[in-house]
Design a protein around this ligand. Structure first.
Ligand code: AKG
Length: 289
């Protein structure tokens, strides 16, 4: 989808002109249909070109030394990034992005994960999977066959250009309608090549929004620069996220007591929450402790 000059007004707390609002509404409707039909939509320039370098720098700085332990070689991931930097937070309210997530998951959509996805030069292939709560390796997962409805969205934010060489994310369009995914031993092997795979390349500032059931992976980073991105995930109000919360009873029962290790998403601190833009606060208030 093409760039919409003027949408940064909303990020700055101003209202949109009627003309821009109409364009935004059209892109939201198109994006919603794309997510329902093929599983994903692409929004360009969610972060404008003159701002994305600064966001990338802030995210990189916050990520250093905070990777969760169980990521594959050369890949970095920091969970609960919002507690460490808020440099990306205003763009969560970019009108097409927030409008699209609301159009798919409802008005009371919430952010479930804020994570970095870094692929350093030499990072090895990331295997096929679907995201929480569909990843069958997670203790907190929906058993297959899962219902054919959108229950969770994953947005991949490109903070550097995502290219074929640096390991841009690969997806299998249409796989979001399957009742299971390769983490459940379904379809293909987790490291197999898929004949219908598509690599989602894009310029820094682009955001790809997909149904979290989508089968996705990433090839090795064969470039000599890091590929830096974010995985921001979105949940409807009715999806129980408690297993992700450290020390919750659900987590103790499903993850800690059986001796599993699993995604966890630290609570948002009150101090961080109080500093967020008013348009962004509703996305996080469920996770403040
Ligand atoms: O790094 C990527 O391109 C994909 C990340 C991913 O699969 C995930 O965060 O679930």
């Amino acid at each position: 989808m093409r760039m919409l000059p003027g949408t940064d007004r909303l990020v700055r707390g101003e209202s949109l002109t009627d003309q821009v609002q109409t364009q935004v509404d059209t892109q939201i409707q198109t994006g919603r249909e794309q997510i329902l039909n093929r599983g994903y939509a692409i929004l360009e320039n969610v972060i404008p070109p003159d701002a994305v370098g600064g966001v990338c720098e802030g995210v990189t700085e916050a990520a250093i030394g905070r990777d969760i332990a169980n990521v594959p070689a050369g890949r970095g991931a920091v969970s609960g990034l919002i507690n460490h930097t808020q440099v990306f937070a205003p763009y969560l309210a970019e009108p097409r992005l927030l409008g699209l997530t609301r159009a798919v998951l409802g008005e009371h959509v919430r952010v479930s994960f804020t994570s970095t996805i870094v692929a350093l030069p030499g990072a090895t292939q990331l295997k096929w999977h679907a995201d929480w709560p569909f990843n069958q390796h997670n203790a907190g997962h929906i058993d297959p066959p899962y219902p054919d409805t959108v229950m969770h969205l994953t947005s991949i934010w490109m903070l550097t250009d995502f290219t074929p060489l640096n390991g841009a994310t690969t997806i299998v369009p249409g796989s979001h309608r399957e009742p299971n995914n390769p983490t459940g031993g379904y379809g293909i092997g987790e490291y197999d090549e898929h004949p219908e795979a598509v690599q989602v390349v894009g310029a820094a500032g682009t955001v790809m929004v997909m149904d979290s059931r989508m089968w996705h992976a990433a090839p090795a980073n064969a470039a000599d620069e890091p590929r830096i991105g974010l995985a921001i995930r979105w949940a409807p109000w009715w999806l129980n996220l408690d297993v992700l919360m450290p020390d919750s009873d659900e987590r103790r029962r499903m993850v800690d007591e059986p001796g599993c290790t699993d995604n966890q998403v630290p609570a948002v601190t009150r101090r961080v929450f109080d500093g967020l833009d008013e348009a962004v606060k509703p996305l996080f208030r469920h996770w403040v402790r």
